[in-house]
Design a protein around this ligand. Structure first.
Ligand code: EPU
Length: 427
C-alpha cells in the first residue's frame, strides 16, 4: 500500500484550482437513474468515490462513459431492475442514494446497506421515515434494504434531525411521485441546492432547496440534460487551511465565496488574511495564529467536514481553543495521530480542548478517514521534519490530484511505495 511522505516547513505560494464537489457528484450521478434520457455531467472530480458510484450504475445497466477528463455521460435507459447488491455499495456512504433513485423510478429498491467513513453510528432512519411517508413499505434484513410502494404519493415529511443524506434521498424519491411533497427541517448544504438545480434542469419542480422547507411537485417525465457540478466547498476549505497552516500566499480559484463564509470567518478570527473575489479567495498568512472556539453545525454553520483540518491548524495557535463537534458522535479519532506529532489536545466526547504548541514534529501517522487524512497532510506541511501518512486510500476517495496540487504550491509531498521506503531505510 502506498504512503504519502511530507517534508514540512515549505511555505505555500501560487494558485490552485478547485475541482467539482464530491458530495454533489455522488448525489447527481445516481440521480440520473430518474432521467428518461441521456445526461451529461460536467466538472466531475476525478476521485475514487466518483469512480465507485459510476461503476455501481454501470453494474445495474446504465451506459456510463467519460467524454473527457471531467465530463461523464450517463444513459440510464437500460436499467431494468431495482436491485443493487454490489459489494461496492459497502465502500461508500453515498451508495444509499440508489435507494431514493431506484424507488423513484421503479417504486421498488433492493439495495445493500452503505459503508463510508466511520464516525460512530450512521443510521438511516430519517431516510426510511421519508420513504414511508411517500407510501413505501420497507424491510432491513441481512445488510440489505428492501423497499416497495404500490405508488409513491407526495406527503409532508418532518425530519427529526437535519440530515443531508435523508434530504437528498427524499427529494430523489419524491421527484416523480404523485402530488406535492414538503420536506420540513431539511438540510441546506450547497450540494442539496446543486442536486435540486440538476433535477430542475431535467424538468423537475423543486422549490426552496437551500432553505429548511423544500417543496417538490411530482412530474411524470424527466428529460436529459447537461449540467455542471458546483466547486467543492470542502476541498477549497482544506487548501485555505493548508495555506494558513504552512504560511504564504495562495489564490484558491474556481470557488463560490458564499459557500466559504463560515470557514473564512473562522480563519480571519484566527489571524489569517482572507481576500474574496468573484470566484476565488486569496489566503495570506504572515502572523502568529490566535486561538479560536469552533462548533460544527449543519450548513450554514461551520462544516463538520472541515473540523479535523481546522483543529490541526489550532494545534499550533497561541492559546487554548475549544472545538465542539455538533454533527457526528465520534469524529475526533484522528487526535491520537496529532498527539504523536506533539499536539496537546484532550478529547471528552464531542469536545476537544486544543492547547496550542510551538510546533508539530514529523512522525508516522495514519489517515483514520477522508478529512482526518487531509488533516494529517496539513499537520505534515507545518511540522518540522518528515511525516509519513498511511491509509491514503481514504484521502484519494475525496481529493483530486492532491499531491500535484500541493506540489505546484511549493509543498514537499510525495507518494511512495512501502517497499521503496524500506529500501531507503536500508541504505
Ligand atoms: N442521522 C440520523 N438519522 C438518519 C440520518 C442521519 O440520526 O437517518 C444523523 C447522523 O447520525 C449524524 C447527522 O444526522 O449525526 C447528520 O448526518 P447526515 O445524514 O447529514 O450525513 P450524511 O448524509 O451521511 C453527508 C456527507 C458527509 C458529511 C455529512 C454532514 C455525503 C456523501 N456525505 O453525510 O461527508 O459529514 O453529510 O455534513 O454527502 C465527507 O465528505 O467527508 C463526509 C463524511
Amino acid at each position: 500500500m502506498d504512503k504519502f511522505v511530507v517534508l514540512g516547513g515549505n511555505k505555500l505560494n501560487g494558485e490552485i484550482t478547485i475541482s467539482g464537489a464530491k458530495n454533489a457528484a455522488v448525489a447527481v450521478i445516481p440521480a440520473t437513474i430518474l432521467s428518461d434520457d441521456i445526461c451529461r455531467i460536467e466538472n466531475i472530480p476525478n476521485i475514487n468515490d466518483v469512480s465507485v458510484i459510476a461503476h455501481i450504475l454501470s453494474e445495474i445497466g446504465a451506459k456510463v462513459r467519460m467524454i473527457n477528463k471531467s465530463t461523464l455521460e450517463i444513459d440510464p435507459r437500460n436499467i431494468m431492475s431495482p436491485v443493487s447488491s454490489s459489494d461496492l455499495m459497502r465502500h461508500m456512504r453515498a451508495s444509499y442514494y440508489l435507494l431514493g433513485s431506484l424507488l423513484g423510478r421503479f417504486s421498488r429498491a433492493i439495495v445493500a446497506l452503505p459503508g463510508g467513513c466511520d464516525f460512530g453510528v450512521r443510521p438511516i432512519d430519517q431516510h426510511l421515515k421519508g420513504f414511508a411517508a411517500l407510501g413505501a413499505r420497507y424491510k432491513v434484513e441481512g445488510g440489505v434494504v428492501n423497499i416497495e410502494a404500490d405508488e409513491l404519493i407526495g406527503n409532508n415529511v418532518y425530519m427529526d434531525v437535519v440530515s443531508v443524506g435523508a434530504t437528498i434521498n427524499i427529494m430523489l424519491a419524491a421527484v416523480k411521485a404523485k402530488g406535492l411533497t414538503v420536506i420540513e427541517n431539511a438540510a441546506k448544504e450547497p450540494h442539496i441546492v446543486d442536486l435540486a438545480n440538476f433535477l430542475n434542469s431535467m424538468g423537475a419542480e423543486i422549490m426552496g432547496a437551500g432553505t429548511d422547507i423544500i417543496k417538490i411537485k411530482g412530474v411524470d417525465y424527466l428529460k436529459g440534460t447537461t449540467y455542471s457540478i458546483i466547486p467543492d466547498q470542502i476541498e477549497a476549505g482544506t487548501y485555505m487551511v493548508a495555506a494558513a497552516a504552512a504560511g504564504g500566499n495562495v489564490l484558491v480559484r474556481n470557488i463560490i465565496p458564499k459557500h466559504m463564509e463560515s470557514i473564512t470567518a473562522k480563519l480571519e478570527e484566527i489571524g489569517v488574511t482572507v481576500i474574496e473575489y468573484d470566484d476565488s479567495i486569496r489566503i495570506i498568512r504572515e502572523n502568529v495564529l490566535n486561538k479560536c472556539n469552533i462548533k460544527t453545525m449543519p450548513h450554514p454553520g461551520f462544516p463538520t467536514d472541515m473540523q479535523p483540518q481546522i483543529t490541526t491548524l489550532l494545534s499550533v495557535a497561541n492559546g487554548t481553543s475549544i472545538v465542539t463537534e455538533g454533527v457526528w458522535d465520534n469524529r475526533f479519532r484522528y487526535v491520537d495521530e496529532l498527539r504523536r506529532m506533539g499536539a496537546k489536545i484532550s478529547v471528552d466526547g464531542k469536545l476537544a480542548v486544543v492547547e496550542g504548541v510551538e510546533k508539530l514534529i514529523g512522525s508516522s501517522v495514519k489517515a483514520t478517514d477522508l478529512r482526518a487524512g487531509a488533516a494529517m497532510i496539513i499537520a505534515g506541511l507545518m511540522a518540522s521534519g518528515t511525516t509519513t501518512i498511511e491509509g491514503i486510500e481514504y484521502i484519494e476517495r475525496g481529493y483530486e490530484n492532491i499531491i500535484n496540487k500541493l506540489t505546484a504550491l511549493g509543498a514537499d509531498i510525495k507518494r511512495i511505495r512501502v517497499q521503496e521506503e524500506e529500501m531507503a531505510k536500508a541504505l
